[in-house]
Design a protein around this ligand. Sequence first.
Ligand code: ADP
Length: 313
Amino acid sequence: MELREIEIFAPATIANISCGFDVMGCCLDSIGDTMILRKTSDKSVRISKIVGEELPMEPEKNVASVAIMAMLKACKVQPDFGFDIEIHKNIKPGSGIGSSAASAAGAVFAANELMGKPFSNHELIPFAAEGERVACGSPIADNVAPALLGGFTLVKETDPIKVIELPSIKGLYATIIHPQIEIKTSLSRDILPQNVSLKHAVKQWANVGSLVHALHTNDHTLFAESLKDYIVEPHRSKLIPKFDEVIKSAINAGALGGGISGSGPSIFTFSKDSKTADNVSIAINNIYKKTHIPYHVYTSKINETGVKILKRS
Ligand code: ADP
């Protein structure tokens, strides 16, 4: 029977994993949006419904439709149908856990399924990244890559995009706090240093190397030691209330380490198992409930497969 409609889970992601600023990301499992894509008889790409957030419905302004249009441009044979997109948003835009990336990755994944899978998930990354251009001005892949591939990913090149899939530490969990404050993108960019000292650069690339090695060897101790950012975090963390206390209390509760998710304000931590992740969640809650800032704490295992199919009809 011909596939007419598909419902998918579009996962949230952590980008800028500490020393892996702008290159390393990973995929989450219990945080994400759902999307429904349907074939239509006219050949347009349209957004028919967005539930949960106020987001642009115009096809040229929403990352989901823009990503599909980028994919269609690259198709040798154009499909004889169009796409209707429905987005059920759970990931708050601007939270730092890849809200727009989930829509871009989910859209191209689902459209590719409806088209009979002309592309591999790797090949879908540049199209989803084109969708990201609408959200942040450039075709970045550090969130869409883990959303499409699952696990940990490293963006090796940006032009053309080349992504490396990395193994994940077995049983790894993330605990994330999203303080509901707005950090202006311009401020989080302007606060970045213009120059990097050689001393810090050496420490940083040693950590990126050892973080990758820790993932390959399933080495929790090395993973924890490598989760350090000497270049970006010391500056950006000033914009996130209680950042140092959150990381300190998480580590005291058993976390392996943490950092700023994306460009913030969310803070991520990693734990070796779900019980520790829950203890970390309690510790972080204890810090934030003393503030007057609304927040949400999530725990999730690492999603090894990326976007998931929920229903096909
Ligand atoms: P973060 O990674 O910090 O969660 P985003 O990458 O989600 O932030 O960026 C959110 C921006 O992308 C907002 O300006 C929002 O209007 C825009 N945007 C366009 N389409 C979407 C979509 N489908 N989902 C989420 N954000 C979208």
